[in-house]
Design a binder for this molecule. Sequence first.
Ligand code: NDP
Length: 288
Amino acid sequence: MSQILHSASVKKLITKGLKAECKALKEKNIFPQLKVVLVGSDPASLIYTANKKKYCEKIGALCEIVALDEHISESDFLKTITQINEDQLVDGCIVQLPLPKQLSHLDVGSLVKKEKDVDGFHPENLYALMSNHLGPKNFISCTPKGILTLMQESQIEISGKHVVIVGRSMIVGKPLAMLLTNNNATVTLCHSHTKNLREITKNCDILISAIGKAQFIDETYISPDKNQVIIDVGMNTDTQGQLCGDVHYAKVENLVSAITPVPGGVGPMTIVSLAQNLLQASKNRLSL
Ligand code: NDP
C-alpha cells in the first residue's frame, strides 16, 4: 500500500498557526495585506486569484484583487505596480500570470520590490535561494516552498536522495531544483529535450513532475522495486474535463511508496506558502 500524501492535514495545522500569527500582528497594529494584480479575465487566473483571496481572508489577512483591463497600456500597468510598491500598508504583491501580449515582454520578477515579493521571483530572492543564503527577508517561490513543506511534514527523507524533476520553469522546476539541492538532495532537472527520460525517472528515489501534460507519467516511468516517491505538480484537465495531474494516478499508485493526489496534494500547499510569505513580509515591517 502506498502512502497518499494528502495536504489537508498539513494545511490545517499550518493554517492554525497562521491565524494565530495574524492575530498577534494585528494586536501590534500591523494588518497583513496582499495585493493580487490581475490583468484581463483568463478563466484559470480568475479561479486562482479568488482562491488566494479566500485563503488570505481565512487566516485574517487583507487581500485585494486589483483587476485591470485586458488592454491596459504598459505605462498604466507599471504605474499601478509603482503605487503598490510605495503603499506602506501593503506587505505583499503578486502579479498573476499569464499577462496579455502587450505586457508579456516585461520582466515581471523585477517589478515588485523585493520586500513585497511574496512570490519569490525577484532576482535578489532568487540569488539568495541559489547561493543558499536565505534570510528572513528573502522569499522562496510558493510552489517549491509548498512541496518542501509537504515532503518534510510527511517525513519524506530528502538528504542524499536522487530527485528527478521533470519541467524547468522559473516558477516550479528551476527554483525547486535549487531548494532541494540546498536540502542535500542530488537533483536531475529534465525537460522536453531530455533524452531517455524513462531511464532517468526509473532510477531516481523521488520523481517530481511539473510538465503540464495530463497523465503523462505512467507505469513505464516507474521502477516498482525502488519504493519511489511521486510528487505531482501538474494541474491539467483529462478527456472528461476533470482536474488531473501529470501522473496517471491509477496506473502508478500501487507501484510506489508514496504519491501526492491531484487535487488535494501540491495545489493547496502553494497557497499556504503564499500566506506564510505574506506574514513573513508583515513581520519584517516590525523590524524595519
Ligand atoms: P511550463 O509550461 O512553464 O513548463 C513546463 C515544463 O515541462 C517545461 O520545462 C517543458 O520543457 C517541460 N516539458 C514539457 N513537455 C515535456 C515532455 N514531454 N518531457 C519532458 N519535459 C517536458 O509549466 P509550469 O512550470 O508553469 O507548470 C507545470 C504544471 O504545473 C502545469 O500543469 C501547471 O498548471 C502546474 N502548476 C501547478 C501549481 C500548483 O500549485 N499545483 C503551480 C504552478 C504550476 P521545455 O523547457 O524544454 O519546454
